[in-house]
Design a protein around this ligand. Structure first.
Ligand code: NDP
Length: 329
């Protein structure tokens, strides 16, 4: 097989991390039973952390980042897939511990892959990516809690970002009254276009709050974490729930037990990385059924492979709106 282009994150003897483009060969690829010609990837917040080194998500050097990919199987010893199949990868430590999707070729385990649902093009698969699939998991957690569209308003934080944009579009499409929180007031029209009924300022959820505040929402999907999550918990209505998946605003949170023991509030933790295959398939089936394709297109921008490192830096600075699709091959 010919050499191929990849993004490579390296660490020097002093511990300094750098990222750039490199030429690799199949001998550089790690273990796995499926070799894939990568067609499309995307830029997730975690990729931004990997490129900038702002959090220790890369635990093997050198590393090819890219936690999401769609591509065509070139070689397979897996019972699941044969050459020519189009596959989808989200997570499983790829881009952290195992070489990722920001490369023209990748080798992964068949157990990690699912078929790209036939309802999605490769671009749409990556427009959704881990961000969108996590948003769907959050929606499903609220549904399992028993929260339906007539139950009351649902808050979505970091709404102009990737998880937030997909969450707004999904919830609105399902008939929920969506309250979108953003630090970018100039994106209010964008968020209303995705289906948000109200747009509020991120600042309303920041700062030190009270153990119990005015009850505002029956549910919330939170990507911010930190003090914002503590404040949201204090504002959830009786028997409501929060699906928490992110840390864009901070890792640590200081809260009280008051929302849990006085209002019966539930906090669901959402992890997308190590979800078993049957759950992934179910989540992607729901996306296929419930995500409005026009709204998905409205939140998505396509970028060239050469621009992916700059985009990764931008995402951790909160400068990316919605979702990006990276044209790999
Ligand atoms: P994005 O960068 O696309 O969106 C994050 C959004 O959060 C920003 O657009 C911004 O929205 C808001 N934000 C950014 N910085 C701050 C801040 N300091 N305080 C408050 N709000 C802020 O990232 P993603 O949507 O892809 O990911 C969001 C979070 O979810 C990340 O922490 C990511 O790691 C996590 N995640 C977790 C997954 C899991 O499996 N648990 C899977 C996927 C993502 P706005 O401008 O509208 O306020």
């Amino acid at each position: 097989m010919p050499p191929f282009k990849a993004v490579l994150i390296e660490k020097d003897a002093s511990g300094a991390q750098s990222a750039g483009f490199a030429t690799l060969t199949d001998a550089d690829l790690m273990e796995g039973d499926v070799t894939v010609r990568v067609e499309r990837s995307t830029v997730n917040y975690k990729d931004g952390l990997a490129i900038t080194g702002r959090a220790p998500v890369v635990r093997r050097f050198p590393m090819v980042p890219g936690v999401d990919g769609v591509g065509i199987v070139e070689q397979s010893a897996s019972a699941w897939f044969k050459p020519g199949d189009r596959v989808l990868l989200n997570g499983w430590g790829v881009g952290e511990l195992h070489l990722g999707a920001w490369a023209e070729r990748a080798r992964w385990k068949g157990d990690w892959l699912i078929s790209l649902p036939s309802g999605f093009s490769p671009d749409e698969g990556m427009a959704i990516g881990t961000a969108g699939y996590t948003a769907m998991m959050c929606v499903m957690a609220l549904e399992r809690h028993g929260i339906g569209p007539s139950g009351g308003p649902i808050l979505v934080t970091g709404a102009a970002g990737g998880v937030g944009s997909v969450a707004v579009a999904l919830l609105a499409g399902l008939g929920y009254h969506v309250v979108a929180s953003t630090g970018r007031p100039e994106e209010a029209d964008y968020l209303k276009g995705l289906g948000a009924a109200e747009v509020i300022a991120r600042a309303e959820l920041e700062g030190s709050g009270k153990p119990l505040a005015r009850e505002r929402w029956i549910g919330a999907i939170d990507v911010v974490g930190g003090q914002t999550l503590a404040n949201i918990l204090s504002m959830i209505r009786y028997d409501g729930a929060v699906a928490a998946c992110g840390l864009a605003g901070g890792l640590e949170m200081s809260t009280t037990v008051a929302p849990f023991i006085l209002r019966g509030v539930t906090l669901y933790g959402i992890d997308s990385v190590y979800v078993p295959k049957p759950v992934r398939v179910a989540v992607w089936d729901r996306l296929d059924r419930d995500l409005d394709r026009a709204r998905l297109a409205a939140m998505t921008r396509r970028i060239a492979f050469d621009d992916v490192i700059d985009a990764a830096r931008d995402i951790v600075d909160g400068r990316i709106r919605g979702r990006l699709v990276v044209e790999i091959g």
